[in-house]
Design a protein around this ligand. Structure first.
Ligand code: ADP
Length: 297
């Protein structure tokens, strides 16, 4: 599978520009789309799942135009929106069966076995006879995952993947996606949480104010923050100063004051040493330096 996004822009009728000339290639495996709120992630997702047309540019899936071949592409798609909601009195398994029918699974027997298997995989088999809208928040989210995966889609799009999941469920969900991602499948995870990306994605893009600020592997992004992350031993008053000047990633009180992690090109005048960056550091470094560039303009 291959998704090519070419010069994609979206301007809403009220003049809001959500995407500006987005250029991306997404291939098999897990792809992370990371960016702060308002970056344009949902707008891009809505275009990819054919719920909205772009203002400019185009998207092709294996060479087929997303807008012109909307029906065919929809059959390949599984989508879990951020605010997955349903208002139905159906039982859990009935709901999933209904979703499977909507996704074009016509054979009753095949559908029944796919539904059972999926309920097992997301840990809802025991709750199969419960009314779906009476499930707990986490269980509803899992039902959302199940409906997105029921027709074995080749493109899976998940908006804010860990919303509403507890830590155990997150791990289970991540493992489920990892298993699926070994096939001829693209999984796109759109999130503002760095931790959703780091361990699972082979490739990623950083979206900021509608523009692609970075695309590549998470490792290469981390590489860019080498030499930019500092562990500083500071007194109380130094800590206040540093907090004004630099983005502070973490702070730990010690007997002499504070041990703080900051992201900066240099830390003139303070006592500190470089430490190895992780993706969160790199994200902050990247966003901060972009932000400074913008304010300078
Ligand atoms: P994200 O998902 O990264 O938070 P969005 O795609 O929701 O970003 O939003 C990108 C920009 O587009 C924001 O400035 C937002 O206010 C604007 N926007 C989103 N949806 C609409 C809409 N339906 N009408 C007008 N502006 C919108």
């Amino acid at each position: 599978m291959k998704i090519t996004i070419d010069q994609l822009s979206k301007i809403y009728p009220n003049g809001n520009r959500a995407l500006s000339d987005v250029q991306l290639e997404i291939e098999n495996g897990m792809f992370g789309l990371l960016g702060p709120n308002g970056a344009g992630k949902s707008s891009l997702m809505r275009i990819l799942v054919t719920l909205m047309k772009p203002s400019k540019g185009k998207v092709t899936v294996n060479g087929f135009d997303l807008v012109k071949n909307r029906k065919d592409i929809r059959k390949m798609l599984g989508y879990l929106p951020q605010d997955f909601r349903f208002f139905s009195k159906l039982k859990t398994y009935e709901f999933l069966d209904y979703a499977a029918r909507l996704a074009g699974m016509k054979d009753t027997k095949e559908r029944a076995s796919a539904v059972d298997k999926m309920l097992e995989e997301v840990g809802l088999f025991e709750a199969r006879d419960r009314q779906a809208n009476r499930l707990s928040g986490g269980m509803k989210r899992r039902l959302g995952i199940a409906q997105a995966l029921i027709n074995s889609p080749q493109i899976i799009i998940v908006d804010e993947p860990t919303t509403g999941l507890d830590p155990e469920e997150r791990i289970r969900f991540r493992n489920l996606l990892s298993t699926i991602s070994t096939n001829d499948v693209i999984i796109i995870l759109s999130t503002h949480i760095v931790g959703d990306i780091s361990s699972t994605c082979t490739n990623m893009a950083l979206l900021n104010r509608g523009e692609v600020a970075y695309s590549g592997s998470p490792d290469e992004l981390v590489e860019k923050a080498n030499g930019k992350v500092w562990l500083i031993k500071a007194t109380e008053s130094e800590y206040m100063e540093i907090n004004e000047k630099y983005p502070v990633i973490s702070n730990v009180p010690t007997s002499e004051g504070w041990e703080i992690q900051v992201v900066a090109d240099e830390i003139n005048g303070y006592y500190g040493e470089n430490i190895d960056p992780n993706l969160e550091h790199a994200y902050v470094y990247f966003m901060e330096s972009r932000l400074n560039q913008w304010t300078a303009i």
